[in-house]
Design a protein around this ligand. Structure first.
Ligand code: BDR
Ligand code: CA
Length: 312
């Protein structure tokens, strides 16, 4: 089994991903570390507790982490995608459990030291907690097994600006720190997630298979589906955050393109994940760019079958 920590800003597709992880026999979730992003960080932590309640997993620690970008003012939340409560305004009763007293970054460092070489960090929100954990423990890349993220757009346009994907754009300086660290980031960005939409009926199938967790996703996803379906003839649903988790369980579903990537922190193209084509490394800013594995293809049918089988 894969020991993981999920760093998250729940969030509807975060919920899809977290329940997938809870249900997978191949994944052991050591904790949910929360960060601002779709919603403020205090709400992210409360929502992570809610997901544990829904799943009957009150044994899993939930921490609260970074609530602001590394540099500059807040970039605003994504209530228009995820609802006022982050879960499509379904009015789920708040958890009575408390968050863990450790900060998200402290928790990540503590767990990495406790299980050296064993933990995969799966980041499905902005990267402030991971950047802060790197500051607390510069040796973090050696202490963990790997880092997989949902974020970025290597070869396709962005979703919040022409060049930037939301998780990277929300905290570009933190993302720059994380991408520049001494590990090979596995990136599941819009290059792969946007090209594997589902029919919204797919969430009904999940609800059918698993009335508790799938049922929660089904209710919460209605608002999210409306958002993503604006201006289209047919409705669609995206499972962005579930991709890095599916990859842990079935790596052969994915195709990767390797590249040297840097994250822009400049205003106009803030949050762009820029790939250096071979031979364009004249500037030292680029010779330092680290190798990233960017997912650029997925077997849709087997991916969605994996979701169904795992939720069931
Ligand atoms: C990412 O942004 C958030 O809205 C989603 O939860 C996902 O992590 C997609 O760009
Ligand atoms: Ca997310």
């Amino acid at each position: 089994t894969h020991k993981i920590i999920i760093d998250t800003d729940p969030g509807i597709d975060d919920a899809m991903a977290i329940f997938f992880a809870f249900q997978s026999p191949d994944i052991e979730v050591l904790g949910l570390t929360t960060v601002y992003g779709n919603i403020p960080v205090s709400m992210a932590a409360r929502n992570a507790l809610t997901l544990c309640d829904v799943a009957g997993r009150q044994d899993i620690p939930v921490t609260e982490g970074v609530g602001m970008p590394w540099v500059g003012p807040e970039s605003g939340y994504a209530h228009f995608v995820h609802g006022d409560d982050g879960f499509g305004n379904i009015g789920f009763p708040p958890s009575t459990r408390d968050v863990d007293p450790r900060s998200s970054a402290e928790f990540i460092v503590e767990m990495a030291r406790k299980h050296p070489g064993e933990i995969t960090l799966v980041a499905i929100g902005p990267l402030g907690n991971i950047a802060l954990a790197l500051r607390l423990e510069p040796n973090l890349p050696k202490l963990v097994k790997g880092l997989s993220i949902m974020g970025g757009a290597a070869f396709v346009p962005g979703n919040v600006t022409p060049v930037a994907e939301a998780n990277i754009w929300n905290d570009a300086h933190a993302a720059d720190i994380v991408f520049s660290a001494d590990w090979e980031v596995k990136m599941f960005g819009l290059d792969v997630t946007l090209f594997a939409p589902t029919d919204p009926k797919f969430v009904d199938v999940l609800a059918d298979k698993n009335p508790t967790m799938g049922g929660f996703v089904q209710k919460a996803a209605q608002f999210y589906i409306e958002f993503y379906s604006q201006g289209r003839d047919e409705k669609v649903c995206y499972f962005h955050d579930a991709f890095p988790l599916a990859h842990l369980v079935q790596p052969d579903l994915f195709e990767f393109t390797q590249g040297n990537i840097r994250v822009s922190t400049d205003d106009l193209n803030r949050g762009q994940t820029i790939v250096a084509p071979f031979g364009t490394t004249a500037s030292p800013l680029w010779t330092e760019a680290k190798t990233v594995q960017a997912a650029t293809g997925v077997d849709h049918e087997r991916l969605f079958q994996l979701f169904v089988d795992t939720y069931a």
